[in-house]
Design a protein around this ligand. Structure first.
Ligand SMILES: O=P(O)(O)OC[C@H](O)CO
Length: 430
């Protein structure tokens, strides 16, 4: 049959397909994809649970002691072990005289969580103005009794809502979780980084937090004040006076992702720094699902000769995130990026250093939820000595990693490749 005639028949056939048939086909396709993905998720989660039960993570990793570095007119202390950090944070809370701003995504009701609650309540009882913000979604499984606080005149608690209406109305301003982890005491001491509050994180997870002492604490204080004033319930929570900048030093700056303000500058600082890199980029991430621009930036840096090392857990606590990340490995490895898999424990840090000059530490994962979804805060620091300390921590972490080589990656099984293809579309959702 001539081509024109075949086309004519096809068009006639198409005209006979009703709208109902089209919808039925679409429903069938969507249903089939969802079923295959659900089956794949169930399989990898089940296999992961069995594997972790048989070979539980040792929770052991090399430790680096806290180190204090002068940066600008302040000092910055690095923490890479939860027990050290929590002890320091609790001592700061116990020493507070005027104000405490405390914000966390996860606050477990275990021994560590209780120690923080007790210290915060004790501070409020001795007259310190205590402001607490925590995310209701992140603490959904925490018993309600732990999330109840006594009525005290100078204790103010903001539960960031579980339900975000913007998810239904497609209004970005009303979406996002409070994923930040912050503590500011008397405007003089500030903490920020990857640590949530819980006993598991104290000894079993490798994470990174910074303590800032001095005028640049304002960067963290201001971040809390802005968040509090934007999200407080007017009848329940007092406004915190916004005093304006005490410090204006570009060597330490905070970048805050705030969907309510349509601002996602943390993604910007990552992209800028990657773009500027001339010699090396060292990244440590718990969940590494880069978006197109970050992926392209890292590949292009590696292609122009920059030594790009990405350190991630071999097995994280979110197996689906692990599988979503795998679909980027081929391109990264082909471009010359090297991948380092942390052994025996979860590494949850969210850090990057570039060229021994620039550092970021904060709450932002390299994934879509953090980069363009949640409320986040990172510090961006231009200081050679601090970058050197961060690179020394990175070198220590590398001693607990194995490199995932191109050869090993290319020789993975066909079944693994099938699962990667099925789970890849979940990446942008995580
Ligand atoms: O969301 P993050 O980065 O604070 O990580 C939280 C942990 O995954 C808790 O399961």
């Amino acid at each position: 049959m001539p081509l024109r005639s075949r086309l004519g028949h096809a068009i006639l056939d198409l005209q006979h397909i009703s709208r109902r048939d089209v919808w039925r086909a679409v429903r069938w396709y969507v249903g089939a994809v969802a079923t295959v993905q659900a089956a794949a998720i169930t399989t990898v989660v089940t296999v992961d649970r069995i594997r972790k039960r048989r070979e539980p993570p040792t929770g052991e990793f090399p430790r680096t002691a806290p180190a204090t570095i002068p940066v600008a007119d302040s000092t910055v202390t690095t923490f890479t072990y939860g027990a050290d950090l929590y002890e320091d944070m609790l001592a700061s809370i116990r020493s507070a005289e005027r104000t405490i701003y405390f914000e966390t995504f996860i606050w477990k009701s275990d021994e560590t969580g209780q120690a923080f609650k007790d210290a915060l309540l004790a501070a409020a009882r001795r007259g310190v103005d205590v402001y607490i913000a925590f995310d209701s979604w992140g603490n959904f499984v925490v018993p309600p009794s732990f999330k109840r606080f006594p009525e005290l005149a100078n204790l103010h608690v903001l539960r960031f809502p579980f339900f975000r209406p913007g998810l239904l109305t497609m209004n970005i301003r009303k979406t996002g979780r409070d994923h930040r982890k912050l503590l500011v005491v008397d405007g003089a001491i500030g903490y920020v980084g990857g640590y949530n509050i819980g006993s598991l994180y104290a000894t079993q997870w490798r994470d990174t937090h910074l303590r800032v002492d001095g005028p640049s604490v304002w960067e963290l204080e201001n971040a809390f004040v802005d968040f509090w004033n934007d999200h407080r319930r007017r009848r329940r929570h007092p406004e915190i006076p916004d005093q304006g900048a005490r410090s204006w030093d570009a060597r330490i700056r905070s970048a805050q992702n705030a969907p309510a303000r349509l601002l996602f500058p943390v993604r910007g600082i990552y992209l800028e720094a990657i773009d500027r890199a001339q010699d090396h980029i060292y990244i440590t991430q718990g969940y590494f699902i880069p978006d197109r621009e970050i992926l392209n930036g890292l590949m292009s840096a590696a292609r122009r000769g920059v030594d790009v090392k990405v350190l991630i857990p071999e097995v994280s606590n979110h197996v689906i995130a692990d599988w979503a990340a795998r679909s980027y490995y081929s391109r990264l490895l082909e471009a010359g990026v090297t991948l380092w898999l942390f052994q025996g424990a979860m590494v949850h840090a969210k850090t990057m250093t570039v060229d021994g000059r620039w550092t970021t530490v904060g709450t932002t994962n390299i994934d879509r939820l953090s980069m363009t979804g949640n409320f986040e805060i990172n510090l961006e620091l231009y200081d050679d000595d601090l970058a050197a300390q961060m690179e020394s921590i990175f070198a220590t972490d590398l001693t607990n990693c194995r490199e995932l080589t191109r050869e090993e990656w290319q020789s993975r099984s066909a079944l693994e490749r099938v699962f990667e293809r099925i789970l890849r579309p979940l990446g942008p959702l995580l």
